[in-house]
Design a protein around this ligand. Structure first.
Ligand code: HEC
Length: 297
């Protein structure tokens, strides 16, 4: 899990050089909760394989029914309609479910739930109960996640909802005119982002962000940031579930600094020349694409 950023932070803190701030930090609990939010079965190493959404029968592995389904609050199996039982799919990355980025006005994912944590101000205990035992269309995760995992997940979601850690309101605006329903917020500095990238990402992803390909070889990290900047920003904050990539923000710096780091990074990765398509098979975004906002180069 260790990376250059945490190593540098350890060294600086041993030298007494990390300033104490009262600002809330992205701590290891919310980052862990964030990875569970993204893909809990990858993060926990569970044997759960979601039911295949393209077949009528329940044909996955694991879970309370042994077939890759979970049950609703009344104990009836909920088949996989394409959400793969991932919270990021059920609620959307912005927690706004059908009113947000995956909702009908934007990406129109048919499997997104009608409401999510971003649509109310309920306290942690309410969300813990809903996740554990099910609620409306939300399946019960109690049989596959421990109470402390559910708590970490809820801590992440409500910290993002309540603006304690970077979230949608800091990073992007919803836009029905954009191919994926979002436009990155302005205020990032690409030059600083290139340096941040070089120091924190290049060792694994390569100088041109093209060493690791995603989605079956279709996209480099640069392309991925131009297609799905919202997800890249949140994955950078939390780390990639079940992989060697941990959280990429230097602990203890406070929210404003984190938002700046993430916007700088996306601003940098929106440079199609510097972080090109490499061996990836998807085309790059065209000149007129508005997802990167003012950053597209
Ligand atoms: C220690 C190595 C390492 C470092 C450092 C690292 N990554 Fe990663 N990253 C990975 C690995 C491994 C994966 C998983 C690849 C896979 O799923 O096939 C990954 C996946 C990702 C993904 C997920 C893409 C997707 O949707 O599947 C994003 C986004 C990402 N990295 C961004 C970054 C950024 C930005 C930085 C720097 C701030 C960074 N990474 C630093 C190794 C690293």
């Amino acid at each position: 899990m260790e990376n250059r950023a945490t190593r540098a932070w350890l060294i600086l803190s041993m030298m007494g050089m990390v300033a104490c701030t009262n600002e809330p930090a992205v701590d290891s609990v919310t980052a862990y909760g964030g990875r569970l939010f993204d893909k809990w079965y990858q993060e926990t190493g569970s044997d759960f394989v979601p039911d295949n959404p393209d077949t009528v029968e329940a044909d996955g592995q694991g879970g309370p029914n042994g077939d890759g389904t979970l049950n609703d609050r009344d104990g009836n199996p909920v088949l996989n309609s394409g959400h793969n039982y991932r919270f990021k799919s059920l609620f959307g990355w912005d927690l706004l479910a059908n009113s947000g980025i995956y909702g009908e006005a934007y990406q129109a994912k048919e499997y997104v739930l009608s409401t999510g944590p971003g649509n109310d101000a309920e306290p942690p205990e309410v969300w813990i109960d809903r996740i554990e035992n099910g609620w409306n269309d939300l399946p019960a995760f109690g049989p596959v996640l421990t109470r402390s995992q559910i708590s970490a997940l809820v801590d992440f979601m409500l910290a993002m909802r309540d603006g304690i850690i970077p979230g949608p309101g800091d990073l992007w605006d919803l836009s029905a005119d954009s191919p994926k329903g979002f436009v990155m917020k302005s205020g990032g500095d690409a030059e600083r982002g290139h340096i941040y990238y070089e120091q924190n990402c290049a060792a694994c992803h390569g100088t041109d962000a093209a060493d690791i390909l995603f989605d079956d070889g279709t996209q480099t990290l640069g392309q991925h940031a131009r297609y799905y900047g919202y997800a890249v920003a949140i994955i950078t904050m939390n780390g990639e579930p079940g992989s060697e990539m941990g959280p990429q923000l230097v602990p203890g710096r406070g929210k404003a600094q984190y938002v700046q780091n993430l916007l700088d990074l996306i601003a940098a990765l929106c440079d199609r020349g510097r972080y090109g398509t490499g061996r990836a098979t998807d085309p790059d975004v065209p000149d007129a694409d508005i997802r990167c906002g003012e950053y597209l180069r």
